[in-house]
Design a protein around this ligand. Structure first.
Ligand code: T5A
Length: 214
C-alpha cells in the first residue's frame, strides 16, 4: 500500500482547515482510513515548535530551520508511517508554505528552501496539493484581528508576496497542484476537492476501515 498524500496551501484565512475537516468527514463516511495532520505540528515535538514559531522572537533563518525541523518530525513520525499503511493523509500546509513564506516573502530564496525541504522530508512530495487562492486582505479579514499571530501580523505586502509565491509554485508543479478560487462557498469548494481526490485515488489500493479492524 502506498496511501495518498494530499496537502492544502494558501494565504491566511483561505479556508484550508475548513476544507481539510470536510474532506476527512466525507472520506471517512466512505470507509477510508484518513489521517489528518498540520504544519507546523503533528506530534508533540512539532507542536512545541509551533508554539515557539507563532509567538517567539525568531530570525528569518531560525524561522525556516524551525519549520523544517517540525516538518522532518511530522514526515517521519506521522505522514510516512500512515501512507505505508494505505491511509489517505491530509496535511494542512506542507513544503509549499516554506517556499512561499520563507523563500519568497522573507526573501531567503526559493531554490534554497526547496533543497532544504527535500532534505527535511527525504524527498516526500504530495500526490495532490490544493491551493486555496484568495487575495490576502480578504483572508486576513476572516480572522479576528486580536487573534492574529506573529506571522499573520506581518504587513499586507508580505502576504501579497506569499500569494505570489504560492502561484509561482503551482505553475512550476502543475502536475500536483489544483488552484481553487477560495471565494467560492465552502460547499462548492468541497465538491470540487472531493471529486478530484477520487479521480486521483482511482486504481490505488487504499485501506478501508473494515480491513484495519480485522
Ligand atoms: N508557515 C507555516 C510558514 O511561514 N512556513 C511554513 O513552512 C508553514 C508550514 C501557521 C502559520 O505558519 C506559517 C503560515 C501561517 O502564518 P496557522 O494557524 O496554521 O499558522 O495558520 P493558517 O494555516 O493560515 O490557518 P487559519 O486558520 O488562519 O486559516 P485557514 O485554515 O486557511 O482558514 P479556516 O478554514 O480556519 O477559515 C478561516 C475563516 O474563514 C471562514 C471560516 O469559517 C473561518 O471563520 N471560511 C470561509 N468564509 C467564506 N468562504 C469560504 N469558502 C470560507 N472557508 C472558510
Amino acid at each position: 500500500m502506498t496511501g495518498l498524500f494530499v496537502t492544502f496551501e494558501g494565504v491566511e484565512g483561505a479556508g484550508k482547515t475548513t476544507q481539510v475537516a470536510r474532506l476527512r468527514d466525507a472520506l471517512e463516511r466512505d470507509g477510508y482510513c484518513v489521517t489528518v495532520t498540520r504544519e507546523p505540528g503533528g506530534d508533540t515535538l512539532a507542536e512545541g515548535v509551533r508554539a515557539l514559531l507563532l509567538c517567539g522572537d525568531v530570525t528569518p533563518r531560525a524561522e525556516l530551520l524551525l519549520f523544517l525541523a517540525a516538518r522532518a518530525q511530522n514526515t517521519e513520525r506521522i505522514i510516512r508511517p500512515c501512507l505505508a499503511q494505505g491511509h489517505i493523509v491530509l496535511c494542512d500546509r506542507f513544503i509549499d508554505s516554506s517556499v512561499a513564506y520563507q523563500g519568497v516573502a522573507r526573501g531567503l530564496g526559493r531554490d534554497v528552501v526547496a533543497r532544504l525541504n527535500a532534505f527535511a522530508t527525504a524527498h516526500l512530495t504530495p500526490d495532490i496539493t490544493f491551493l486555496l487562492d484568495l487575495p490576502p486582505e480578504q483572508g486576513l479579514l476572516r480572522i479576528r484581528q486580536e487573534q492574529h499571530d506573529r506571522i499573520e501580523a506581518e504587513g499586507l505586502d508580505f502576504h501579497i508576496r506569499v500569494r505570489e509565491g504560492f502561484l509561482a509554485e503551482a505553475q512550476k508543479n502543475s502536475h500536483r497542484f489544483r488552484i481553487l478560487d477560495a471565494n467560492l462557498p465552502p460547499d462548492a469548494l468541497h465538491r470540487e476537492i472531493l471529486q478530484h481526490v477520487y479521480r486521483v485515488a482511482t486504481g490505488r489500493h487504499l485501506r478501508r476501515r473494515e480491513e484495519s479492524e480485522i
